[in-house]
Each structure stands twice: as structure tokens, then as C-alpha cells.
Write a protein that binds this ligand. Structure first.
Ligand SMILES: CC(C)(COP(=O)(O)OP(=O)(O)OC[C@H]1O[C@@H](n2cnc3c(N)ncnc32)[C@H](O)[C@@H]1OP(=O)(O)O)[C@@H](O)C(=O)NCCC(=O)NCCS
Length: 185
């Protein structure tokens, strides 16, 4: 799951590893919500948070990996790939607040979608989006993903640490399939 892709104009997309703790801490410094790697913390990462996140997204384990959007060795955003079957993976994305609306997520999702189809040989890449997240819904559409279905009460809000007492919201599923690869029988 190791990628290192030159996106042009000084922008690079590369796999993040346990060596990137300082980059994640710096990139999340102005965040007020959750970033790519999970619902906690909702806000800036401490070095300990970043270490735990990068260990959980260890690319060598082959299950999930995160990919940084870097310019001049500064982390501007990140995308995550979570393999959930022999032909399929979920994709997630986050751009640091100061760098949004500059086309970064679109460049990242386009590159990682192609790389996942071509290099990992996965046919289906899918997104799980909160229906109120207009930026993410528009981005999915711009990146050529197709809306599939709305799953009621599918995603946890993480407003309560106890899952029994937390609330759950609907999720929209969008997907991108590689038409050059025949679907599994
Ligand atoms: C969603 C997110 C990744 C978009 O990143 P970004 O780099 O700002 O997006 P881009 O600049 O590449 O935008 C590409 C397109 O997405 C849509 N878009 C992005 N942000 C938008 C916004 N705030 N409002 C409306 N549309 C938006 C637009 O169609 C845009 O194209 P345009 O600028 O030509 O109109 C970013 O807002 C983010 O990190 N949000 C918090 C984390 C999150 O919600 N992740 C998704 C979880 S499902």
C-alpha cells in the first residue's frame, strides 16, 4: 500500500508512516473538528495522538493506510484507504482548514482513485458521507463518484463516549468502479 505520486506544481501524494508524527501535529494545529484518522481527537493532535493514529494506519499491515498531500514538506491534507474485501476499499479525505477550497482534495482523490484501481487492482472504491456534509458530497460528484444509497442511522456521531448512549446519523454511499475490470461473479 506504498504510494509516492508526483501531482505536479510541487504537490506530492505519499504514504504516511510512523515517522510523520511531527507533520500530523503541525497540520492539525488549526483543526476544530476531527481530521482523517478517526473521531478522536476533535481538534489538534498531540504527538501522542499522532503516533497512535499513524500506528493504527500502518501501511505495512496491509489493511488501511493514509496518504499525505505534501507541498514543500508541509502536510496540507490526507486521504485514507481502508481495504474491506478482495475487490473493494473505502476512501476518506481531509484537508487542513487553512488550505481548503484550493482544489487539493480533488487532486488527491483523483490520483488515489486511479492508483487504487490500477496499482492495487481494486474494482470498487466507496465513500461514506454525512448527508449534511455539502463540501464532501460536491467533491464526490466532482471526482466522478456515483451516488448509490442512503443508509439510515448508520454512522455514529461520537457526541457521547458510550456507544449505547450516542446518536447515529444517516450516511450516503458513493462509489467509483473501474469499468475496465469485470465485476466479480
Ligand atoms: C471535504 C474537504 C476534504 C474538501 O477539501 P477541499 O480541498 O477544500 O476541496 P476542493 O478545493 O478540492 O474542492 C473540490 C470541489 O468540492 C466542492 N467543495 C469543496 N468545498 C466546498 C464547500 N465548502 N462548499 C461547497 N462545495 C465545496 C466543490 O465542488 C469544489 O469544486 P470548486 O471549488 O471548483 O467549486 C474539506 O472541506 C475537509 O477536509 N472537510 C473536513 C473533513 C471532511 O468533511 N471530510 C469528508 C468526510 S466524508
Amino acid at each position: 500500500m506504498i504510494a509516492d505520486i508526483d501531482l505536479g506544481k510541487g504537490l506530492r501524494l505519499r504514504t504516511l508512516t510512523a515517522h510523520d508524527v511531527a507533520l500530523v501535529v503541525e497540520a492539525t494545529g488549526a483543526e476544530t473538528a476531527h481530521a482523517l484518522w478517526g473521531p478522536r481527537p476533535a481538534g489538534p493532535y498531540t504527538p501522542r495522538d499522532a503516533r497512535a493514529a499513524l500506528n493504527a494506519w500502518d501501511p505495512d499491515a496491509g489493511r488501511q493506510a493514509s496518504y499525505g498531500l505534501l507541498k514543500n514538506d508541509r502536510l496540507l491534507g490526507a486521504l485514507g484507504l481502508m481495504i474491506d474485501g478482495p475487490h473493494s476499499a473505502e476512501l476518506a479525505y481531509w484537508v487542513r482548514p487553512e488550505s481548503r477550497r484550493q482544489g487539493l482534495a480533488l487532486r488527491g482523490i483523483n490520483a488515489l482513485t486511479c492508483w487504487t484501481h490500477d496499482e492495487l487492482g481494486l474494482d470498487r472504491i466507496w465513500l461514506e458521507i454525512n448527508p449534511v456534509n455539502t463540501p464532501s458530497l460536491r467533491l464526490a460528484d466532482r471526482a466522478g463518484y456515483q451516488y448509490e444509497q442512503r443508509l439510515p442511522h448508520h454512522c455514529r456521531t461520537w457526541t457521547n463516549p458510550d456507544p449505547e448512549h450516542d446518536t447515529w446519523h444517516d450516511c450516503m454511499i458513493w462509489a467509483h468502479t473501474n469499468s475496465t475490470t469485470p465485476p466479480p461473479i
